[in-house]
Structure formats: C-alpha cells, structure tokens
Design a protein around this ligand. Sequence first.
Ligand SMILES: [Mg+2]
Length: 208
Amino acid sequence: MVRIKNRFACDADGVLTDTGSAFAKILSKINNRSVSQSEITEYSMANLGLPDSELKNYLNNQFYMNLSPIKNSVKLINELFQDNYIPIITARDQYDGVMQDTETWFFDNGVLFDDLIQERDKSIPIKELGLDFIVEDCYETCLDLAKKGIKTILFKQPWNKKYKLGTEEDKGLIKSVEDWHEIHYTINNGIDKFSVSTQLTNPLTKNN
Ligand SMILES: [Mg+2]
C-alpha cells in the first residue's frame, strides 16, 4: 500500500487551468489591441475594460471547456496523486452545469484527483477533510485562509505578484511558488521545511 504523504487541496482556475491567457484573449478583443497576460496585475480586470458586472457574461461553457492546462500541471499533479490525497476545490458557480463541465474538462485533460468540490469558502472543505494546505492563485483567498490558520501555497501569477508575503497578517502561512515544478518539489520535500523567504534551488526543474 502506498503511504499518503500529504492531504492537500488544489484550486482549479489559475493553478490547473490557464485562465490568464484566456482572459488576455478576451481583453485583447475588448481593447482592440494585444493585451498580454502580464498586464493582468489585479484579480479584477475593471482597469483593463472588463468590470466584474460584465465578466460573468464571458464565463460560459465555451470559456471553461476551451481552457488550456497550465504548463506541466497535468503531469506533475498526476505524479503527486500517486502518494498524496488531492481534492480539487473550486469556487466556480457561474452557471448551472459548470461543475459537470469542470469534471469533463479534467477527464478530457487526464487530470487525476480524489474529489471535486464546489465551495466559495474554501476553509470549510479544507477543515472538514482535515487537509494540510491548498495550492491557490488568489492572494485574497490565501490571506483569508491564513487568518483561519490554514497554510497555502500561492501559485505566482501576474495578479498576485505584487503582494508581500511573510507579514504579520498572513502569519507566515503563505508560501509562494513560481511554477508546477516548484509545487512538486516543495510538496515532495515537505512544505514546512520552506520558509516564505526560502529560495528554492532545484536546478533540474527550470528548463522544461
Ligand atoms: Mg484560482
């Protein structure tokens, strides 16, 4: 029997699905110019011409089904799945059937996971399932979870890069990572070994 190393949640959008490039395409159309993903420096895209009130019009079946996986995410979450317990927790609730579409997308893209949970307050399933931490791209969610004593791995995206970690507010419970190789390395080596400021040096990982 395989020993389970960790029980951790994984967010869907912005961690497994490449919402950044999908939004860059939408923003390019709206602005009639090429908008790069690096310009999306806020979780809200109002300053790029897409206020929250209009955003929901774009979040339909076509949007979610056409997302690409984030680089290396499928291969590495599937490797972690071999000896970790990994439910996916998403706040997606944009239309009836979004969770069926979500499940189909994961199946079509070959992503392995233990459970698929829809919940805006991610602390609820994290506590109910007794999970150790979550991998998440929304800084505000990480901060909210940190305040509840829950550790998070913040997946770096243009919209969360500006935040300073290791503050009194986040209690040092948010650890940021650059890519899926760093997630894999951090989890395999035990996230408690890495402080917020630890520079990870895994030379094997950066080239592919
Ligand atoms: Mg997300």
